[in-house]
Each structure stands twice: as C-alpha cells, then as structure tokens.
Write a protein that binds this ligand. Structure first.
Ligand code: SAH
Ligand code: SF4
Ligand code: F3S
Length: 464
C-alpha cells in the first residue's frame, strides 16, 4: 500500500489540483462535537472535499452546533447571518457556497433553522452523520434537506475511518466516542433530547479504532460519552463489559501511554472503574465528575438521583484507590428554587472536595426541559452574584493546585510547538499545558519535567 502524501507543513496534498471542493468546519460545544467534526471531515474527504481554514473560499460551510445553554444556540444564528453575506458574495462571482448546520441545535430545532435562516441548505442531526454525503448531493441539487430522524442503522458502522495522514495531522492526543446519548434526564438538560437514548459501541469497534490511532502515533486517547461511565458494550465473547474492563483492555495497546474518559455521572462509578484508577498507571489521575449543586433539595429537583453526601463518599473511595487523583466538576448556579442557603451548600461542597479545575454556569432555561417549567426562577442579578462567588472560590482552588506543583517533577506529553519561538507545549497528567524549551523533547515524547513556575491555568517547566 502506498503511504498517503503529506506536504512539508503537514497539510494534506490536494488529490487533484483545482478540482477538490473545499469545506470549512466550525465546531461549538463539547469534546463529542470535536470528535464528530473529525468524523464528518473524514466522510467528506471520502466524498472529495478538502478542509480549508478560510471560510470565504469554502464550497461548503458546516457549523457543528451546541444547544446546551441559550447563548450557545444563539451564537449559531449570528454566525449564520455573517455566512449568508459571504454566500451572497460568492454567488455574485458565480461560485456556490452550501451552508450546513449539524450538531445539537440541528437536532433540537430541525426545519425551524431554515425558517429563521433561509440561506441554510442542510440541517443534519448527530445520529445521521453517515448520511452526510447523500444529503449533500440532494442539497447541491437545490433541495433544502433536513435529516434529524434517529437512524436505525449504527452510524459508526457506516462512517469512514480517518486516513492515516489525517490522524497524524490531528496530533498525538485523540478523542474516541464510546458511548452516546443519555437516559438520565436531569431536569435542566437538553442532551437526552438532542443526542437520544444511551448507545454503547462494542469492544471490538473501540479497540480497532484505538489500535488504528496508536499505530498512527497517537499517545493519549480520551474516551468520550455524555455518560461515559454508563458505557456497557458487548465484549468479544458476547458478554457485557463495563468501562473499567474496557480501560484494562485498552491499556494493553502498544504505544497508548495515556488514557482518560469524560464525562462521568456520580451514579455510574462502579468498583471496577475505581479499581482501574488504582491499578492502571496509564489511566491519568484526573477525574471530571460533575455534581452541579451541593444542596440535596436542588439535586432532587435536578433529578440527579444522589445526595451531596453520596458524592463526597464516592470521592473518598476514589481517593483511597488513587490518592493523587485531581478532581474536576461542573456546577450550575440559580436553578429554579435555589435559595441563598442552597447556594451556600454548593460552596460548602466545593470546599470539602477541593477541585483542581471546574466549570460553572448560570442556569439557562432550555425549551422542552422540565426545569424551564418550574416555579421559582432566580433573578439574573442573583445568578450573576452567585456565579462570581463560586468562580472566585474555584479559581482559588485551581491556583492552589497549580502552586502545589511548583518544584515537583511530572510526566509531560509533548504535544505541539509553543506560541513563542523556542518553546514547546506539553500536557500534564491533569490536562494543564506545560511550557518547555523546545530542546526538552520531540512531539509525542513523554518527558520528566520539573515545574518552575505557574501561568494562567498553565505550568512552566524545565527538563528534569
Ligand atoms: N453529561 C455531562 C455534561 C453535560 S453538559 C454530565 O452529566 O454532567 C455539560 C455541563 O453543562 C453540565 O454538566 C452542566 O453543568 C451544564 N449545563 C447543562 N445544562 C445546562 C443549563 N440548562 N444551564 C446551565 N448549564 C447547563
Ligand atoms: Fe445532561 Fe444529566 Fe445526561 Fe449529563 S447526565 S447529559 S447533565 S441529562
Ligand atoms: Fe452541546 Fe450537544 Fe455537547 S448540546 S455540550 S454539543 S452534546
């Protein structure tokens, strides 16, 4: 087999000069959308498209969208306004520009998108990405296409694998979706409606994909799922495996030195997964385990199905198995009915856990979710004030975590050239960028680095 051509700067060589159509993909939202954008690009590459980073020259602009909060969804419409003008400009020069909307806004709003933004040619939901080339064919024929049915077939059986050159271009870390959808129905969340019910990929599919990534030089794989620790896939012998067992299997793949998974739900952390944290050196000591709130009353109203004490006990068990594990979480302030006292419970929980990193948001009512219909919506000014206080506390904890690393030696995976000449950027076991002298190692190396100083959410280091 002939190796695929790679040009000097790492960009792929066009297959036939001038002939290839160009696609510009813009990704919003979570890591799963990043993964999906890559898989859509793979499907489009098989259809003759090459990627461009210049929107003006694109024959196809594809927005992969997020519906999680109102702001995220509205961003898409303002972007569509700008793209409409570019499309009109290209049309004046006799060139076509198709506009596609994919992702969670596509799934949630469907045809409504074309009503609000008539320049859009194609709306495609996350469960039907394997039909993208067919949908584009129709769109090129002048049809407005809306593909938001949940496909009966498994899209992963039909989506083409990335070419080796594309994997290499994407770097030494990669995402791999193992589970999609959510059956939890937290009352604030749109995901069960945009991503459908939980589906787990099989062990065989996942192992084959991970092996291909490793063979192309990927050193770190992050397993993705909306509820990744609820993954339960069919094993090679037909029995059902859990995520812990899968991690043990993936740890055997030569070259894969680092494993991660995200996002987890506190209700699905089983003993085998905790044992994986205890026994697998390649499973990074970092866990994103959202709790959302610290008040049992609010947790109940959110339908989280656990208490604050359950969460704290769970973290104790995880820390007993892996004492150096760093915790990360997600928080929502101002859920309907949240009182000052409820909010203080959240602050208390944060103090008890001591997070290395966290994400926090003001509650945003989403159409069709039970939360939006609840009484006791919290005033915006109160949400603002609570968010500020929570973020001040979380920042304090994050800075203390970074400061605690100064003087220690940590393993760093070198990922890419730094922004400044002579520098190279690695990644710590806890996901912070680590800035080193470029002589410290080559991309893909895992080197020992002594932390000399902290930056904003980053670390400076020298080769130990
Ligand atoms: N599946 C993951 C995360 C889903 S979305 C989980 O179960 O935790 C990522 C984060 O966005 C959530 O953890 C939550 O903190 C936040 N989020 C979701 N819906 C929201 C809403 N309506 N308003 C504000 N934040 C929200
Ligand atoms: Fe949303 Fe809850 Fe499902 Fe996470 S577990 S995706 S927050 S419904
Ligand atoms: Fe957003 Fe959909 Fe991810 S709503 S957070 S892109 S699952």
């Amino acid at each position: 087999m002939e190796p695929e051509q790679i040009t000097q700067d790492g960009a792929e060589a066009p297959q036939a000069a001038g002939a290839a159509k160009k696609v510009f993909v813009k990704t919003y939202g979570c890591q799963m959308n990043v993964y999906d954008s890559q898989r859509m690009s793979d499907a489009l590459a098989a259809d003759g498209y090459v990627a461009t980073s210049v929107m003006e020259e694109a024959d196809l602009v594809l927005l992969n969208t997020c519906h999680i909060r109102e702001k995220a969804a509205e961003k898409v419409y303002s972007e569509l306004g700008r793209i409409r003008d570019l499309k009109a400009e290209r049309a004046r020069n006799g060139d076509e520009m198709l506009i596609g909307v994919a992702g969670c806004v596509a799934q949630a709003e469907g045809r409504e998108i074309i009503r609000r933004a008539p320049a859009v040619d194609l709306v495609i939901g996350p469960q039907t990405y394997h039909r993208l080339p067919d949908a584009l064919k129709k769109a090129r024929g002048g049809e407005k296409v809306v593909e938001t049915d949940y496909a009966l077939e498994d899209k992963f059986d039909h989506l083409p694998q990335p070419r080796r050159a594309d994997v290499i271009n994407r770097g030494v870390t990669a995402f791999l979706t193992v589970q999609e959808g959510c059956d939890k129905f937290c009352t604030f969340c749109v995901v069960p409606y945009t991503r459908g019910s939980e589906v787990s990929r099989s062990v065989a599919q996942i192992v084959a994909e991970a092996e291909r990534l490793a063979a192309a030089g990927v050193r770190e794989v992050t397993l993705l799922g909306q509820n990744v620790n609820a993954w339960h896939g069919e094993g090679p012998d037909g029995s059902e495996w859990g995520l812990g067992r899968l991690l043990f299997r993936l740890a055997e793949i030569p070259g894969l030195s680092r494993l991660r998974y995200t996002t987890s739900h506190p209700r699905d952390m089983d003993d085998e997964l905790i044992a994986a944290h205890r026994d697998l050196p390649s499973l990074m000591p970092y866990l994103h385990l959202p709790v959302q709130a610290g008040s049992d009353r609010i947790l109940k109203a959110m339908n989280r199905k656990h208490t604050a004490a359950d969460y704290l006990r769970l973290i104790e068990r995880i820390r007993a198995a892996r004492p150096d594990i760093a915790m990360s979480g997600d928080f929502i302030v101002g859920f309907p009915g949240e009182t000052d006292a409820d909010f203080e419970d959240t602050m208390e929980l944060v103090r008890a856990v001591d997070y290395a990193q966290a994400f926090s948001f003001k509650y945003s009512p989403r159409p069709g979710t039970p939360g939006a219909e609840m009484d006791g919506h919290v005033a915006e000014a109160v949400k603002d004030e609570r968010l500020q206080r929570l973020q001040a506390l979380l920042n304090e904890q994050q800075n203390a975590f970074l400061a605690s690393l100064v003087g220690t030696t940590i393993e760093t995976l070198i990922e890419k050239p730094g922004r400044q000449a002579g520098q190279i950027v690695g990644r710590s076991p806890w996901l912070q960028p680590v800035i080193l002298d470029e002589k410290a190692g080559r991309i893909g190396d895992i080197v020992s680095a002594r932390i000399t100083n902290t930056g904003h959410a980053s670390l400076f280091a020298e080769r130990a």
